[in-house]
Design a protein around this ligand. Structure first.
Ligand code: SF4
Ligand code: SF4
Length: 396
């Protein structure tokens, strides 16, 4: 592992305003050159897994999944550089991985370039005694079959961790419903981030490339709104990359548990003075890139009542905790949310005889938001109680 205490992390930022095949290819190519070339990260004989975000069945315009032109650019560059043992895959929250990669437009690109689908239909328990929080994981076979992973993540909001980027995308290496069980095991955003940091230490992705041309704001990571951000970010350091993403959306990187724990685990740096930003136009400061590409209106949860210590008062927390909520008019009563819930006995129930929308048992709900992620109709939103909004204002 690199010594991120003494070294600055390089984050590459390349402007790219549209999903035009040639433009995205040139952007990714120039970014990789600034990083020293793909050969720096993966050997020619190694089995390389490309890990896009394939959270659920969705077309590319929804900004839920990594856009196929970004995937194509990375895959094509590998092929052109003589890499022959390249595969791709992700373990979605729910559903068939092949169908999901097909709806995302990734399968078509992979088939065209002769990149095989990795095995995300099986998983294996792997012990990890070195883990600080997680001592074992059930890992998808496709990940175990690979020598190295290139993480091609998507710039999005996330109900539990505020954002999902390079750190969170690796969660898809966990096989199938074990992801839901991990939510049940590591319930708070902090514990969950610590588990993710252990997962990164174990898997050690070689390189992280973020599709931030069109990002997702609001009710992410699956029901938010696409928003133009016009960048592709790349780094060997997932924490620094996510931290730059935070800066671009005017979110304090220290408020993101995956950043704070990622740095504590030695995975990288989130502090600005430990990050060097390189662009094809030369080195830039954080202020310069924020001025050029930043979006202060990006819809992401910015509140933090923890600052005032309110989280220690249990009865108050019950009143102010965010909660998932079903928009009845949008709900088609499919029951996917119920199946996604990892809580024993389920914290959300659908009474098919009554024909009404699902109802929550908030006392049981652990706020993992798997139901919100998996709802095919964007019928679940995460709501912030008015009292919490007030408290957030007071302490901000
Ligand atoms: S997944 Fe969404 S649409 Fe399906 S029952 Fe649940 S809330 Fe309704
Ligand atoms: S109801 Fe939704 S948010 Fe609550 S525990 Fe179940 S899946 Fe998670």
């Amino acid at each position: 592992m690199r010594d991120y205490n003494s070294e600055k992390s390089k984050v590459i930022l390349v402007k790219c305003t549209e999903y035009d095949e040639d433009k995205v290819y040139e952007a990714v190519k120039s970014g990789l050159e600034l990083l020293g070339g793909i050969e720096k990260f993966v050997g020619k004989d190694e089995r390389i897994l490309l890990k896009p975000n394939l959270l659920k069945k969705a077309t590319p315009d929804k900004a839920i999944t990594t856009h196929p032109t970004v995937f194509r650019a990375v895959a094509k560059l590998l092929k052109e550089s003589g890499y022959t043992r390249v595969s791709y895959g992700d373990s979605p929250g729910n559903g068939n991985p092949t169908k999901i990669s097909s709806s995302a437009g990734i399968k078509e690109v992979a088939d065209e370039l002769g990149i095989e689908e990795a095995n995300f239909r099986q998983g294996k328990m792997v012990e990890f005694p070195r883990g600080k929080v997680a001592k074992e994981f059930v890992i998808s076979q496709g990940v175990l079959d690979a020598d190295g992973i290139i993480n091609i993540c998507k710039m999005k909001t996330h109900a539990l961790e505020r954002i999902t980027g390079a750190m969170k995308n690796i969660f898809g290496c966990i096989y199938g419903f074990n992801k839901g069980l991990s939510h049940a095991k590591y319930q708070s955003s902090d514990r969950f981030a610590k588990m993710l940091a252990d997962l990164h230490v174990m898997i050690k992705p070689r390189l992280h490339i973020m599709d931030g041309i069109v990002a997702m704001e609001g009710n992410g990571p699956a029901s938010g709104t696409p928003v133009q951000m016009n960048v592709i970010l790349m780094s060997e350091d997932p924490v620094a990359l996510d931290s730059v993403f935070c800066r671009l959306i005017h979110l304090d990187p220290a408020s993101v548990p995956t950043n704070v724990n990622g740095e504590a685990w030695g995975l990288g740096n989130w502090h600005d003075d430990h990050i060097e930003i390189l662009t094809p136009q030369g080195e830039k400061s954080i202020d310069e890139i924020v001025q050029q590409y930043g979006n202060e209106n990006f819809d992401v949860y910015r509140g933090d009542i923890k600052k005032a210590g309110f989280h220690r008062v249990e009865w108050l927390m019950k009143l102010v905790r965010q909660r998932p909520y079903v928009i009845k008019e949008k709900c088609i009563r499919c029951g996917i949310c119920v199946n996604s819930c990892p809580v024993e006995g389920k914290a959300i129930r659908l009474d098919r005889d009554k024909g009404t929308a699902p109802e929550y048992n908030y006392d049981k709900c652990i706020r993992c938001y798997c139901c919100q992620e998996m709802c095919p109709k964007q019928a679940i939103e995460v709501k912030t109680p008015v009292l919490r909004k007030l408290l957030d204002k007071i302490v901000s």
